[in-house]
Ligand binder design. Structure first.
Ligand SMILES: Cc1ncc(C[n+]2csc(CCOP(=O)(O)OP(=O)(O)O)c2C)c(N)n1
Length: 941
């Protein structure tokens, strides 16, 4: 044989080794050196055009083969690791076998251990011994999967950590006893619930029991390294066990939830607080472990949706904002841990979105520890049906996350993986993943029959001893325990649970998480005006650029104009973006930190914001909201990655963790919010009712029909309004810069007193429109108005027969119409706040028109979209039978708007014409023009 056997990758390796030797013979070990002294590299097939001249020395072959074998074990050893506790054989790989390289055990015994390198070499006389040790490290019950890590320092560290075994737990008598006790507690908890509440859903952890000791190890590690907060996110599987034993949720509470007593006054169904099932509840430890508090946010059934929420919480917990500037983040202060399902991790896109946040400036948490609770099934689906990657964890490879696959029946290996995870995270501030491979003792839930679909697997499971039983047997064999002592531990844990059950008073022990309602009127009383003098000082501060900063020419002109924007209190100089900047600056000056994110928010989708300037010569950044002297809290602004679900989930988490900060997310166009629909439905709009959370996240959603087609017209307000209930959010569609100013300031003022998510439909073309602009005086006086009456019509109230109610941009279309001037019998009132519906304010407006006959709701959205479905019911109750009620707007449609700009104009014009035409039909009767549009559409079909 020639060394041609090692062509390709292996040849490269040999040549590299040879080059090293040529350069400095001392740089390779003596055996390799001796071999190379006699070797001709031209023997490598394909590496030279010269024919192979001399046969290779057997010694060289063996050296190279041994080196490659060791390298293969390090890279691919995980393929031969026994990961499945149920005994299915690993797939293996030919590269792990010496025969592949045509060397024998004897050959290896002739070579020195040093050839293999690493810690195993230090204690091995021969290469054979060292390779056997490598096999024990890489091919036993742990699969170290880190060859995809590109940073050499990290790879070397991981390699050394694995091969030195320095993170293997000592498992001395004391720690073994403690571990056995913990495993018993975990197992008995599930068995007790099964016995006491047979068939009741609890999504038992059994088969992955080591999850709890793994979390113990990770949290102690975090505590040791000074973390103040550990935030754990997980779905249903094993959640009750983790709540009980990691979050220290009292057994009484959990048992009371199983009893499920009806305590109506506690649930406050009258206020819309409906609660949630027990395996979605969150918790927080009341006392810290060391300095570390552990939190688990509640989560919905939607698997993995909690991922970005947890990461956002961890980011917020580690972010300090107490002074002006950009704030800062301390990764050691906080630790996110995410527990995933083996089917959900590869299947749900939000996992990839969250992983993608991990190394981005505004989102980095200093590393998340991921654990896949891998029971080898997803409901009834097998791995073959669930993922296209080799392992459930495959996605993590692309993000260069080290992966450790570990057999859940090997306690020491599990604890080693946990220790490796937190040590690596602490050292490199990067994500780490443990693929904990176990099984599921019962069906998907406890009422489910798994043998219908997995008969063979469940035959094995039926006779498979639990990890506690196996560990106890080992300890008994070692003489460290006796069967009686093991039984006593079991009994002790049963007794604790039995006592808790015996003394249970379910009605009292049940503590549904409800948020107290805000004091009435908190929102309407909030003071939001800022004296003109203060605004001028702040504005001046915002104009102070760093010395010698070169602005882009166009921006420089705009900045010049900004300097005088507050000079004349009565001039309409404040456009939307100026109002926004002054609102944010005044909020920061009041000591409330602000975080603003979204796609391209630094500049603004419509080039309107310019919160970050880039020096035209040097590219240096200048962020006025971070440098103005009056700021007493930090301003964070980040262009987000191109994600909706992931980033909205993240901001939601950030917001609930640090509710005193104003957190704002802006959509590129409002439409894209539907990419985050799961987060909106499952967390934002229902989180208070289900879990007593009090989010106050702000959504800026560009909205309005401007002829751009179905995809850039609507932020789908109907979706928010459909889930609007008295206590869950505010939805706004305001029409002036001053209204926006007061709205943002009011939100900041209400963060403590009356927090609610705020949805603002924001303008696009109107950002710079003179009719939207406000005067400085309007910022310096007054407050947000939920309804704005028609000030022109106040002079002619008795001639008004029709009141047109509208919201947002269409108002500008109406008042810009030439018919407005000649329609004295029509008044136009803006409903700036859609939810909660401002009935009282509207009633006052209605009462101001003595000759009123008809109320019209006018919108530019199709009839089945926009606010109509929501306001119709509200209006019917507000106006009773006093006036007739009519709808003007686009006809029902499957998409939000027409694709043609010309059709848009026709439809828009029709709306405006109809608003001023008093004699057309009844509420449900399509108007002449809309009928024409419909018949044209039918004709086209
Ligand atoms: C987004 C979403 N789709 C579907 C479901 C229904 N569902 C609940 S559990 C489950 C299987 C999950 O399997 P896996 O991720 O392996 O976790 P396991 O239940 O095995 O612990 C499915 C499909 C869900 N809860 N969420």
């Amino acid at each position: 044989m020639t060394l041609g056997r090692f062509a390709g990758v292996n040849a490269g390796y040999v040549l590299e080794l040879y080059e090293r030797y040529r350069h400095n013979p001392e740089s390779v070990d003596p055996a390799t050196r001796a071999a190379f002294e006699k070797w001709n590299p031209a023997e490598l097939e394909g590496t030279t055009s010269e024919p192979a001249s001399a046969p290779a020395s057997a010694n060289v072959r063996a050296v190279v083969a041994a080196t490659i074998l060791a390298d293969s074990i390090r890279r691919y050893g995980h393929l031969a690791a026994q990961l499945d506790p149920l005994g299915s054989p690993p797939i293996g790989d030919p590269s792990l076998s010496p025969e592949t390289y045509e060397i024998s055990a004897d050959d290896l015994k002739q070579l020195p251990g040093s050839l293999v390198g690493g810690p195993v070499a230090e204690t091995s006389a021969t290469a054979y011994e060292a390779i056997e040790k490598l096999r024990r490290v890489y091919c036993s019950s742990t699969g170290f999967d880190y060859s995809h890590i590109f940073v050499p320092e990290e790879r070397d560290w991981l390699r050394h950590a694995a091969e030195s075994g320095r993170f293997l737990p000592p498992l001395d008598p004391e720690s073994s006893d403690a571990l056995l006790a913990r495993m018993t507690q975990v197992e008995v908890f599930e068995r007790f619930l099964q016995r006491t509440f047979p068939g009741k859903t609890r999504f038992s952890l059994e088969g992955l029991d080591m999850l709890v000791p793994i979390l113990d190890e990770i949290i102690s590690g975090a505590a040791e390294t000074g973390a103040r907060h550990a935030v754990i996110g997980m779905a249903h599987r094993g959640r009750l066990n983790v709540l009980a034993h990691i979050l220290e949720k009292p057994y009484e509470q959990i048992l009371a939830e199983f009893k499920d007593p009806v305590v109506a006054e506690r649930l406050r169904v009258d206020l819309g607080w409906m609660g949630d099932v027990k395996y979605h509840a969150g918790a927080r430890t009341s006392t810290p472990r060391g300095h570390t508090f552990v939190t688990m946010p509640p989560n919905p059934s939607h698997l993995e949706a909690v991922n970005p929420v947890v990461v956002g919480m961890a980011r917020a917990a580690g972010t300090y904002v107490d002074e002006g500037g950009a704030g800062g983040f301390r990764s050691a202060a906080t630790l996110p841990v995410l527990i995933h399902g083996d089917a959900a991790f590869p299947g749900q896109g939000i996992v990839a979105e969250t992983l993608n946040l991990s190394r981005l400036d505004g989102y980095d948490t200093g590393g998340t520890i991921h654990i896949i609770a891998n029971n080898q099934l997803g409901f009834t689906a097998t791995p073959d049906e669930s993922y296209s990657t080799s392992y459930a964890s495959g996605l993590a490879r692309g993000f260069k996350i080290p992966i450790v696959h570990v057999n859940a029946d090997d306690p020491a290996a599990c604890l080693e993986a946990a220790r490796l995870a937190w040590e690596y995270r602490g050292r490199f501030q990067r994500d780490f993943l443990i693929d904990l491979v176990g099984y599921r003792r019962h069906g998907h839930n406890e009422g489910d029959e798994p043998a219908f679909t997995q008969p063979l697997m469940y035959k094995k499971i039926a006779t498979h001893p639990t990890v506690r039983e196996q560990f106890a047997r080992t300890l008994i064999a070692q003489g460290a325990q006796t069967p009686q002592s093991v039984e006593t531990i079991v009994k002790t844990h049963y007794t604790v649970l039995e006592l808790a059950l015996a003394s249970l008073k379910p009605e009292e022990d049940l503590e549904p998480p409800v948020a107290e309602p805000a004091p009435p009127g908190a929102a309407s009383r909030a003071e939001t005006a800022v004296p003109l003098e203060r605004l001028r000082q702040i504005n001046e501060g915002l104009q102070q650029a760093p010395p010698a900063f070169t602005f882009h020419k166009k921006l420089e002109r705009a900045r010049e104009r900004r300097k005088s924007v507050l000079n004349n209190p009565d001039e309409r100089t404040i456009d939307w973006s100026t109002a926004e900047e002054l609102a944010l600056a005044s909020i920061l000056a009041d000591g409330v930190a602000v975080r603003l994110t979204g796609e391209d928010v630094e500049r603004g989708t419509f080039s309107q914001r310019h919160a970050v300037f880039h020096d035209a010569e040097t590219g240096a950044r200048f962020v006025p909201l971070q440098t103005f002297p009056q700021a007493s809290a930090a301003f964070e602004i980040h262009n987000s990655p191109l994600s909706e679900a992931g980033v909205v989930g993240f901001e939601f988490g950030y917001n609930i963790q640090e509710p005193d900060r104003l957190v704002i997310w802006e959509a590129q166009y409002g439409d894209f919010i539907n990419g985050a629909q799961v987060i909106i439905d499952q967390f934002v709009t229902s989180g208070r009712s289900k879990w007593g959370l009090q989010p106050s996240l702000v959504f800026l959603l560009p909205h309005g029909h401007e002829g751009q087609g179905p995809e850039h017209s609507s932020a789908r307000p109907e979706r928010f309004l459909q889930s609007a209930a008295d206590i869950n959010m505010r939805v706004m569609n305001c029409t002036t810069a001053a209204q926006y100013f007061h709205l943002l300031r009011r939100q900041a003022a209400l963060l403590r007193r009356d927090p609610l998510p705020l949805v603002v439909l924001t303008p696009k073309s109107l950002l710079r429109h003179p009719l939207v602009a406000s005067t400085p005086k309007e910022l310096a006086e007054g407050r947000f108005r939920s309804v704005i009456d028609d000030s022109d019509a106040r002079q002619r109230v008795s001639s008004v027969r029709r009141l047109v109610l509208c919201s947002g941009k269409v108002y500008v279309d109406l008042v810009s119409s030439e018919r407005r001037q000649v329609s004295s019998n029509v008044a136009i009132c803006r409903v700036e706040q859609l939810a909660p519906f401002p009935r009282v304010a509207l009633r006052e407006v209605l009462d101001g028109y003595p000759s009123l006959e008809e109320v019209v709701w006018l919108q530019e959205e199709p009839e089945n979209m926009g606010a109509w479905d929501w306001v119709r019911g509200q209006l019917v109750e507000t106006i009773q039978d006093q006036f007739s009620l009519r709808y003007i707007g686009r006809v029902r449609s499957a998409s939000p708007s027409e694709g043609s700009s010309a059709w848009h104009q026709i439809n828009q014009r029709r709306l405006v014409d109809e608003a001023f035409t008093l004699d057309s039909g009844d509420i449900n009767e399509p108007t002449v023009l809309s009928k024409a549009v419909q018949s044209l559409a039918a004709f086209k079909r």
